[in-house]
Ligand binder design. Structure first.
Ligand SMILES: [Zn+2]
Length: 340
């Protein structure tokens, strides 16, 4: 995403509606400035194509846009003003657009300059693949059975071939009955969580930086949606990201928004998950209200029961946006959880 688009996005009104086709619609701000009656039917359509902007009004037929390599023109300036841009905002966009016209301009992916320090995994951790080599060679009585237990657990959770995944294991006391999920940032390991494979507490032993976003490395620039889950296994099940809590910190929001995809938050189906809806309203993100059975509490469970494709389609279809709608849905959820 370019800085021009980044700035322009901040002008989108909070009640805007996103469609799966990539259009964001809201009451067109252009019509009354062009001798037409004001639009009340959300007929202004905005789309971010590649690194540029496309705007069409389906009411007064005003169209404009901007693409990298061209100046920020008069029409898009007018549109920005009508959408509430300050003269400073306009100056910024004109200036950033100018930079894209330079001969040596390289289309840079605008990535947040957020770094996380390396953190070591628990002692004696190795990838499952590395362990399988050792254990097959010479089955160690002590740790062989424990390793196999852990593999069984992963298979029972739907990982038919656990070796294909980025999981680690360590025979260190306290970790031997856990599977370790490394947290990667730009490829480096910057934390981890170790999930217990049996009942018992704590369910997770984690070592992480505050406000980290799990699995962001695996997202791609051209994807249309980014699914935001609470737990790492939920994120892995649908290739989304995980907040590792039911809160959203500003830094996490910046990381997630930097992808330029439509954000769909998938809270766990419990009381605690309701907190996440409030936060989603704050960041003007969509929230999915999936049609799972009452005993299915999170994405990982849902994928096991219904399959990944069904779950993803359902999340997209049931996604809602905007303060009024989300407040209403949140209330319905509250009542449902009280009944259960
Ligand atoms: Zn118009």
């Amino acid at each position: 995403m370019t800085l021009v688009v980044d700035k322009f996005r901040t002008l989108i009104p909070p009640r805007a509606k996103s469609s799966p086709s990539g259009w964001t619609s809201f009451n067109a701000p252009c019509c009354q400035h062009r001798g037409h009656s004001p639009d009340t039917r959300k007929r202004g359509g905005l789309r971010f194509d590649g690194n540029g902007i496309v705007y069409n009004c389906f009411n007064c037929k005003f169209t404009t846009g901007w693409q990298p390599g061209s100046p920020f023109g008069e029409k898009i300036k007018s549109l920005s003003r009508w959408m509430g841009a300050s003269e400073d905002d306009i100056k910024t966009m004109v200036f950033e657009a100018l930079k894209t016209e330079a001969d040596d301009y390289q289309e840079q992916e605008y990535q947040p300059k957020i770094e996380f320090e390396d953190k070591p995994l628990p002692e004696y951790s190795m990838s499952l693949m590395d362990w399988s080599g050792i254990i097959e060679g010479e089955i160690e009585e002590q740790i062989g059975p424990q390793f196999i237990e852990m593999l069984r657990y992963l298979m029972s959770r739907g990982y038919d071939n656990p070796f294909e995944h980025d999981f680690y294991w360590s025979p260190t006391p306290g970790y031997i009955d856990r599977v370790i999920v490394p947290f990667r940032w730009k490829g480096k390991i910057v934390g981890n969580t170790a999930r217990k494979i049996t009942d018992g507490k704590p369910k997770y032993l984690s070592d992480q930086h505050p406000h980290f976003v799990f699995n962001f490395d695996k997202q791609s620039e051209d994807q249309k949606y980014i699914f935001v889950c609470e737990g790492p296994f939920d994120a892995l099940a649908i290739n989304g990201v995980a907040l590792l809590t039911n809160d959203i910190a500003d830094q996490q929001a910046r990381i997630i928004n930097s992808l330029g995809a439509e954000v769909i938050v998938v809270p766990d189906q419990d009381q605690a998950g309701l907190e996440l809806i409030k936060k989603a309203i704050h960041y003007n993100w969509s929230v999915a209200f999936p049609t799972w059975d009452d005993d299915v509490k999170d994405v990982a469970d849902a994928v096991q029961r219904y399959g990944k494709l069904f779950v993803i389609v359902d999340l997209i279809k049931t996604a809602q946006k905007g303060e009024i709608k989300l407040t209403m849905y949140k209330k319905q959820q509250e009542q449902k959880f009280e009944r259960l």
